[in-house]
Write a new protein. Structure first.
Length: 388
């Protein structure tokens, strides 16, 4: 049976170059990077070289980068760190209704400590209204946190414009750029962000390694207390192999980003055009242009998304119905509901997130198997019979 992977927004496979780069630090160079003897020197060198490579991807300095274990930790560190550092100045946070659970649930958790959060709407294309953002700002607003690109639809937000608004009001600005990393440029100087989160396993590095950019001068209360690691900002012995891996992944992303983006955009266009021609009663979710090049979120009317995914899996195709972090939930996508889709259309959505290993042949196989699967499933729906 064919095995085709269309769930790269959940996680990516490790790039062979990345795998080779990390292996020495699991075998020969196994020392603690904080040790001053020979066993630690090689590990420390790997940490600093990895830091330098990630800094080049983000256009920041080594003093501005904290290695973390995941994007979720990075988001928690940024949001809680700013909230507690600035609580004497205010207690108001602004975010959107379509953020990743790592942001939404962190904001909800802060409510018990007296913090208030405004959740901004998006329109039918998943875009943010900047006038609504401006009107939500109060004298007590201390943080704006808006994702760079949505993990379910791929919709890209106007981060530079939001950064200008935040700077003009003296408000700290964080962006969760986990899905954007490696797909579109992440120049923190041009974007004007104060904090930015990325994660290794979204750009062909392993799970368990991520990074948080913290602009020089931004005060952050630590999330994890321990030793003097990461300049006293994040306790815990560094994941040396993971840092070597994310460093190599960052270097590859800088080298190949333009070529890979063109490849993915071409495959996505082939996928969406083919589905539109072969399967009636579908809807492509998200702005047609302001999206990541690899992400296609499609609602199939009169079909239950989870059942569709199971049928695809039996044919060797891996896709998802949204965020992997909410895969255990029976609730419809909060992102699609915020965009105005009905519960039924939200439940019938599938996210195809492509990766650099995918080919035109993969897309054509999906287009071959999808119409009969959908038709068979719709044959069991009395609503579909009336819509023909």
């Amino acid at each position: 049976m064919k095995k085709i992977y269309f769930d790269n927004n959940a996680t990516t496979p490790i790039d062979p170059e990345v795998f080779d780069a990390m292996m020495p630090y699991l075998k020969e160079e196994w020392g603690n990077p904080s040790s001053i003897h020979w066993a630690g020197r090689g590990a420390r060198k790997a940490v600093e070289e990895g830091r330098e490579a990630v800094c080049k991807l983000l256009n920041c300095t080594g003093l501005e980068l904290i290695f973390t274990s995941s994007g979720s930790e990075g988001d928690n560190h940024a949001i809680k760190g700013i909230a507690y550092a600035k609580k004497d100045k205010g207690n108001h946070i602004i975010t959107t209704k379509v953020e990743h659970p790592a942001v939404l649930n962190t904001c909800k958790a802060l409510a018990k400590d007296g913090f208030e959060t405004t959740y901004l709407d998006v329109d039918g294309d998943g875009l943010l209204n900047l006038d609504q953002l401006k009107s939500a700002i109060t004298p007590k607003t201390i943080l704006i946190t808006v994702m760079y690109a949505n993990n379910e639809t791929g919709v890209v937000f106007p981060i530079k414009e939001i950064g200008e608004i935040a700077k003009g009001r003296g408000i700290t600005f964080h962006t969760d750029a986990v899905q954007a990393a490696g797909k579109i440029p992440l120049d923190v100087q041009k974007l004007g962000v104060d904090l930015l989160t990325i994660s290794g396993h979204k750009l062909y590095a392993p799970k368990g390694i991520a990074a948080l950019f913290v602009k020089r001068g931004v005060r952050l209360v630590p999330l994890i207390h321990g030793g003097h690691h990461e300049r006293n900002r994040r306790g815990g012995t560094e994941n040396v192999a993971g840092i070597a891996a994310i460093g190599k992944a960052a270097a590859i992303a800088m080298r190949d980003m333009d070529k890979e983006a063109a490849h993915l955009a071409s495959l996505r266009a082939r996928l969406e055009k083919g589905l539109a021609e072969r399967v009636p009663h579908i809807k492509i979710n998200g702005h047609p242009e302001k999206r990541l090049p690899n992400t296609a979120n499609v609602s199939f009317e009169f079909v239950e998304g989870e059942s569709l995914l199971l049928n695809l899996d039996m044919k060797g195709v891996a896709a998802s119905s949204g965020s992997a972090c909410t895969s255990g939930s029976l609730e419809p996508s909060h992102v699609l509901l915020a965009m105005g889709l009905t519960h039924e259309m939200s439940h019938g959505s599938v996210r195809f997130s492509l990766g650099k290993m995918n080919t035109a042949e993969d897309i054509d196989y999906l287009l071959e198997i999808m119409p009969p699967i959908v038709e068979r499933m719709r044959g069991m729906s009395p609503l579909y019979a009336g819509a023909k």
